[in-house]
Design a protein around this ligand. Structure first.
Ligand code: HEM
Length: 533
């Protein structure tokens, strides 16, 4: 078969450790030559020197030298699983077809295979999974109409509302370019000049910033999309995943206790749950709003720093996802998986959300670099329906998209010589009217602090307590100007919020002098000098 996952031959849930030997298990080179000695280089005498015509060794070592591909520039650390999405056929108590013609949602009980990758954002591929960070929640639906990727996070809002700020945001959270360590001062230097981030920051520094694992966390599309029905009419939608396992978050001390012993706990938790048949499930819900500016709201529906109040825009269930199969090979499936916000099917559309439009360029751009120009030919990324393009060649071309019976000489369209033809249009397009001046301007309804303050007041006491402690811990070594700006911003969210951070910082300053000396003394006492051996 294809060089796909099936060919890897390691069935999930099957113990292959003690299989019988034989022809199938003979070690070969990639050229198919049986390997008779995999223990020793070919050398002149048993003590060397080595020879250069040693094809087996040179192939083996030079392939190894190329094993790594670039990490994802964000979301490098992740875990993945396969599963299935089952549609309800309805949205709340209405037929789903009223709002979208997307085929995967239409029939009750209709199943669509999925692949999900969960991730942390800021650090490298083997960084601890206990870090305070948003968690990625990316779902690839292999639908009959081709792939749909819903590339979301666990939290329902984001730091910024304009894609041009994304590289700056990420730089401020990555390690310092000189010291190579993450720094609270750099994070809050950016944040204190980015007031739209306050809602996200309020969530991120609370226990909601460290989900206990991947199974017990929510997901959200975060950005605003559209649904389009068979008359070409659109509505704005937001997507939410609710874990049927419940939601669990960690305080900073709880996370630190886990991290001291295990920095892979979330990957382990997901893999082991699926291996023992305890399949995690999420319900997919949507919020629907009429297409347009909705000027009666005190926020802009295209602003991803806002939630849509649930009382006003109820969460309507549309289906359920079950993850029931572990990857057979981490690299082939999880590492090479490529998700993008541009990957939509008929009946689903973009909104004018400026973040969403910026993201849509970034994903396939980085994937052509990270995985290669033919990344869509890899089994994990290829749709599970027939593909017929006139795209040709490029590095690592694995197959040519021809249809049996198609004229292989015709790799262009239109043609009268039996080439590929456009699909018939079944439904009217959604054709929104757009006009305006070309400008570089922020949206009007910024309302940066309202929902952040509400969130602060909605937390339980222990969550607020942890939030204040975490903010103080990350701000206490920052320059005074940054601390002052942050206190001002927290106060605009909620007076009590600002007061508690101010008091916390004052207290930290007071105890800093004495505390530092004491800490150094304790550390010295604990460490033992070693002798050279
Ligand atoms: C991954 C860009 C905002 C969720 C990535 C990657 C890039 C990127 C370049 C790496 C993709 C890869 O190597 O395959 C951006 C830009 C953004 C943005 C430019 C803002 C303008 C967001 C937001 C969310 C999000 C708001 C949440 C809704 C994710 C997830 C992944 C990811 C989940 C990992 C996907 C995977 O598991 O492979 N992003 N991103 N991003 N992003 Fe974004």
């Amino acid at each position: 078969g294809k060089a796909g996952t099936a060919a890897l031959g390691v069935g999930s849930g099957t113990d292959t450790r003690f299989a019988e030997g034989g022809q199938a298990q003979t070690l070969t080179t990639r050229q198919g030559h049986p390997v008779t000695n995999n223990q020793n280089l070919r050398t002149v005498g048993s003590r060397g020197p080595t020879t250069l015509e040693n094809y087996h060794f040179i192939e083996k070592i030079s392939h190894f030298d190329r094993e790594r591909i670039p990490e994802r520039v964000v979301h490098a650390r992740g875990a993945g699983a396969h599963g299935v999405f089952e549609a309800y056929g309805t949205v709340g108590d209405e037929p789903v077809s009223k709002y979208t013609r997307a085929k995967l949602f239409q029939q009750k009980g209709q199943q669509t295979p999925v692949f999900v990758r969960f991730s942390t954002v800021g650090h490298g591929g083997h960084s601890p999974e206990t870090l305070r960070d948003p968690r990625g929640f990316a779902v690839k639906f292999y639908t009959e109409d081709g792939n749909w990727d819903l590339v979301g996070n666990n939290l329902k809002v984001f730091f910024i509302r304009d894609a041009i700020k994304f590289p700056d945001l990420i730089h401020s959270q990555r390690p310092d370019p000189v010291t190579n360590r993450q720094s609270g001062e750099r994070i809050f230097d950016f944040i204190c000049n980015t007031p739209e981030a306050l809602h996200m920051v309020t969530l991120l520094f609370s226990p909601w910033g460290i989900p206990a694992n991947y199974r017990q966390m929510q997901g959200s599309g975060v950005n605003t999309y559209k649904w389009v029905n068979d008359r070409g009419e659109a509505a704005l939608v937001k997507y939410h995943w609710e874990p049927l396992q419940g939601i669990r978050n960690l305080t900073q001390p709880e996370a630190e206790a886990i991290q001291a012993k295990n920095f892979n706990h979330a990957t382990q938790d997901l893999y082991e749950a699926i291996e023992r048949g305890d399949y995690p499930q999420w319900e997919l819900l949507v919020q629907i709003m009429p297409d347009g500016e909705n000027p009666e709201l005190d926020f802009d529906p295209l602003d991803d720093t806002k939630i849509w109040p649930r009382e006003q825009f109820p969460w309507l269930p549309v289906g359920r996802m079950t993850l029931n199969r572990n990857p057979e090979n981490y690299f082939a499936e999880v590492e090479q998986a490529a998700f993008g916000t541009g990957v939509l099917v008929d009946g689903l559309d973009f909104s004018d959300d400026k973040m969403l439009q910026g993201r849509t360029f970034a994903y396939s751009d980085t994937q052509r670099y990270r995985v290669g120009p033919n990344y869509l030919q890899l089994p994990i990324n290829a749709p599970k329906r027939h593909v017929a393009t006139n795209q040709r060649d490029g590095q690592m071309t694995y197959e040519v998209d021809t249809t049996p019976g198609q004229n292989p000489h015709v790799n262009y369209e239109p043609s009268s010589l039996n080439g590929l033809r456009e699909a018939p249009r079944t439904y009217p397009d959604h054709t929104p009217w757009v006009e305006g001046r070309l400008v570089r301007e922020s949206i009007d309804r910024t309302n940066n602090f309202g929902q952040a303050g509400e969130q602060y007041r909605n937390f339980e006491d222990w969550e607020r307590e942890d939030l204040i402690n975490n903010l103080v811990a990350n701000l206490k070594d920052a320059a005074q100007v940054i601390q002052d700006r942050m206190i001002d911003l927290f106060t605009q969210c909620d007076a009590d919020y600002g007061r508690r951070v101010r008091e916390g910082l004052a207290q930290a300053r007071q105890s800093a002098g004495a505390g530092k000396e004491e800490a150094v003394k304790q550390a010295e006492e604990r460490s033992r000098e070693a002798q050279p051996y």
